[in-house]
Design a protein. Structure first.
Length: 161
């Protein structure tokens, strides 16, 4: 999947493969979650990335712009209520320089495509409360009460694929 940002820069979305892509995903997450939002690193890096599908957005010159992940199967049971037909979208992060250019929406769609390819029927996520409108525009519906995760207000959201 590829796209063009509103200012004309090109980017591609791909499934992360290999150590360099994993490091690129981690670099974006560190920038967004650890540095900007002050999420403790031990909470951000939960050891589940090797069992997940990671998607990576890179600018045409190779600069990592954003990332997201899909947890599914038995390893995601605690995130999906034990339902193996539900995937969990998480760790969606877009670097500050790429925000507002469609990269986040493209990453969500790439995670949804990966979920469909794995036979999943639903994607669930825990959205930071300030991002509810972003996910609603992509077809997600909030459910349940607001809750704290890493000291940040969140809501559960879900989209049937």
């Amino acid at each position: 999947m590829s796209g063009t940002g509103s200012d004309g820069f090109g980017y591609a979305i791909r499934i992360a493969a290999g150590p360099a892509d994993l490091e690129a995903c981690f670099a974006v997450r560190k920038e967004v979650f650890v540095v900007e939002q002050r999420v403790p690193e031990d909470l951000e890096y939960d050891g589940r990335d090797h069992d997940a599908v990671l998607v990576l957005a890179v600018r045409d010159d190779g600069l990592p712009l954003g990332t997201g992940r899909l947890l599914y199967g038995p390893g995601a049971a605690d995130k999906t209520g034990g339902n193996l037909s539900v995937g969990s979208l998480g760790r969606l992060a877009v670097g500050e320089a790429a925000r507002g250019r469609g990269v986040g929406a493209a990453l969500v769609r790439a995670v949804e495509d990966a979920a469909r390819e794995r036979g999943l029927a639903v994607v669930d996520l825990h959205a930071q409360s300030h991002a509810l409108g972003f996910y609603e525009r992509l077809g997600y519906e909030a459910y349940g009460p607001e809750f704290l995760d890493a000291g940040i207000d969140h809501r559960s959201m879900r989209r049937v694929l």
